[in-house]
Write a protein that binds this ligand. Structure first.
Ligand code: SF4
Length: 492
C-alpha cells in the first residue's frame, strides 16, 4: 500500500504527523505496517533493553458521585444502600498491604462527593504522606478538580497548591474520554468540558506537577474526533515543554511562539485560571514545570452501564459513521465498539502522532493480558500498574488483574527484560536474575477444577492467565484413557 506522504521522516523524528496523515494511517495502513512503524518509533524513544511496570493500588475513596456518566457502573448516590466513603484507617490498611508486596504508588480517585470539604482532602493527603512517606500519591483527576472548584468556591490553582503542600505528587488523566463537546454531552452529562479538562492539566504543569493523559474510544466518537483529541494533547504538551524551557532559564521560553500559538488556538483552555508568567516557579528552589508523562487509551466497556444499551453500529443501516449523517449516529444513540484490531491500530497511530509524550501504556486491564502484551509491539513501552484493586473498570465488567509474576512473564516473553519503575519512570529494579518473579515456581498457584469429557472436550478451563501445565492428580497427563476418568487441576 502506498501512503500519500513519506513516513520515514516521521519514523526518524524529523517530521511531525499532521492530523490528515494520522487519519490516513488509521484508515488505510495495514495493521502489521502500523505495528512495525510504531515499534520503530518506540525503540528510538526507548532504546533500553527493558520494558516497565509499576506496582500500585487503586483506592476509590468514595463511590458517591454528582456526575452521571453513561459509561459508569461504579457511581452511587448518597442515599444508596451501598454508597461509601472510606475512613482514613481503611485507606491506611490498603496502603500497608501495598507496601507489603513492594508497591510504590497509590492511584486514588473517587466519585465526586459534594459532602467532603477541602479540609478532609488535606487531612487525608497529610495522613498518607506522613504515615507512608515512601508511597507516591497519584490522585484525583480533572473532572474531580472541576467539581472541587464548585464545591469549595476556589480556583483549581489554589486547590492544587493546597493539595501539593499536603502531599499530592502527580495527577492522573482520568475523565479525558473524548474532548469533543458533541461526545461529552452524550456520555458524561455533568462532567467537565474538554477545555476544562485541559485547563486543569495546564495548571498542574504550570504548578510543576506531572500528569498523564487518556482517551476512551470505541463508543460514539468519530475517528476525526479521536485525532482532534490527540491534537489538543500534543499542543498542550508543546506548551508544557516550552514552559519547562522557560523555567530552566531560557527566558524566551515563557513568551515563546509556541506558547502564544497554543493560547490562540485553545482560548477556552486559558479563559479561567490565569497564568502569571512573572510569578512562574518563583520562590521554589529547583522548580520544574510539569508535563504529560504518559498517554493511555482504552476501548469503552459496554457491560452494566447505561451507554452499553445503545444500539451497535450497523453500516447497512447507519452508513458512514464518521460522516455523522445518520441522526442516530450524530445524536450518540449508536455505539461503534472497538475490539483488539482497533485498539492496536489506535495505539500505533498514537505512538506515531504523539511525538512529545514519552510513554505509552498498555491497557491490559481492559484488553486482557494477551493483547496487553502485544501492545508492546504496537508502540507501548510500559505495562502500567500491577494493580491490587480496581473498582471503576471492573464495575463495568472488566475483571483482569495481573500479579507481578504474570506481568514480568508477559514482558519477558515479548522480548524485553521486565523492570519495576516508579511514577517518574525511574527503574526501581530489573528482573535479570533466576529469582525473578516469573522465573520461580508459584508457591500458591490459583487452582481451578476442570474435567475432560469422553469426546476430549475440556470444560471449566477459561482463557486468560492459566498456563498449560496440567496436574492429573499424580497421573501422567499423557495418558488419555486415565485423563477421561479423573478430575483435573489447571495451575494458573
Ligand atoms: S466515571 Fe467517575 S465521574 Fe463519571 S459517574 Fe463514574 S465515578 Fe462519577
Amino acid at each position: 500500500m502506498r501512503l500519500s506522504f513519506d513516513i520515514d521522516p516521521v519514523l526518524e523524528g524529523r517530521a511531525r504527523l499532521t492530523d490528515a496523515q494520522a487519519l490516513e494511517l488509521y484508515r488505510r495502513a495495514p495493521l502489521h505496517d502500523l505495528g512495525d512503524w510504531a515499534r520503530a518509533v518506540s525503540r528510538r524513544m526507548h532504546p533500553e533493553d527493558y520494558r516497565t511496570y509499576v506496582i500500585d493500588r487503586n483506592i476509590n475513596y468514595t463511590n458517591v458521585c454528582t456526575a452521571k456518566c453513561t459509561f459508569c457502573g461504579f457511581r452511587r448516590d448518597h442515599d444508596d444502600a451501598d454508597s461509601y466513603t472510606l475512613k482514613f484507617e481503611q485507606i491506611g490498611a490498603k496502603i500497608e498491604e501495598l507496601i507489603s508486596i513492594g508497591g510504590t504508588q497509590i492511584l486514588m480517585q473517587g466519585g465526586m462527593n459534594d459532602r467532603l470539604p477541602i479540609e478532609w482532602y488535606e487531612e487525608l493527603l497529610g495522613f498518607i504522606s506522613t504515615t507512608y512517606p515512601s508511597v507516591h500519591i497519584h490522585a484525583f483527576s480533572p473532572p474531580e478538580f472541576v467539581e472541587f472548584e464548585r464545591f469549595f468556591g476556589l480556583d483549581v490553582r489554589e486547590i492544587l497548591r493546597r493539595f501539593k503542600r499536603a502531599g499530592l505528587k502527580t495527577v492522573p488523566g482520568g475523565g479525558g474520554e473524548i474532548f469533543a463537546s458533541r461526545v461529552r454531552k452524550r456520555i458524561g452529562s455533568i462532567k467537565c468540558s474538554g477545555d476544562d479538562w485541559l485547563r486543569v492539566m495546564r495548571v498542574c504543569h504550570e504548578e510543576g506537577m506531572n500528569t498523564s493523559c487518556t482517551m476512551m474510544m470505541g463508543h460514539i466518537e468519530t475517528l476525526g474526533e479521536r485525532i482532534e483529541h490527540m491534537s489538543a494533547l500534543r499542543d498542550m504538551q508543546d506548551y508544557a515543554l516550552a514552559l519547562g524551557k522557560g523555567a530552566e532559564g531560557n527566558g524566551g521560553g515563557l513568551l515563546s511562539g509556541v506558547i502564544r500559538r497554543t493560547i490562540e488556538r485553545h482560548r477556552g483552555v486559558f479563559e479561567k485560571s490565569p497564568f502569571v508568567p512573572e510569578a512562574f516557579g518563583s520562590g521554589e528552589p529547583g522548580f520544574r514545570a510539569g508535563q504529560y508523562t504518559a498517554f493511555i487509551h482504552w476501548p469503552f466497556q459496554r457491560e452494566n452501564v447505561p451507554l452499553g444499551r445503545a444500539k451497535e453500529y450497523d453500516p447497512a443501516i447507519h452508513g458512514d459513521f464518521d460522516s455523522l449523517e445518520h441522526e442516530d449516529v450524530q445524536k450518540g444513540r449508536v455505539v461503534r465498539s472497538a475490539g483488539a484490531d482497533e485498539y492496536l491500530r489506535m495505539l500505533a497511530v498514537a505512538r506515531l502522532y504523539l511525538d512529545n509524550i514519552r510513554s505509552l501504556q498498555s491497557s491490559w486491564v481492559t484488553m486482557g493480558p494477551k493483547i496487553g502484551q502485544l501492545a508492546l509491539h504496537f508502540g507501548a513501552n510500559d505495562m502500567g500498574g500491577a494493580m491490587m484493586e480496581e473498582n471503576v473498570v471492573s464495575a463495568a465488567g472488566t475483571t483482569y488483574k495481573l500479579a507481578v509474576r504474570e506481568l514480568c512473564r508477559l514482558i519477558r516473553d515479548a522480548g524485553w527484560v521486565p523492570a519495576q519503575r516508579d511514577q517518574y519512570y525511574n527503574v526501581v529494579r530489573r528482573w535479570d536474575s533466576p529469582d525473578s518473579p516469573d522465573m520461580v515456581p508459584d508457591p500458591t498457584p490459583a487452582t481451578r477444577s476442570v474435567a475432560k469429557l469422553e469426546d476430549s472436550t475440556w470444560i471449566g478451563a477459561a482463557p486468560g492467565l492459566e498456563s498449560v501445565k496440567v496436574n492429573l492428580e499424580g497421573q501422567s497427563p499423557d495418558d488419555p484413557e486415565r485423563a477421561k476418568r479423573h478430575q483435573l487441576t489447571v495451575l494458573g
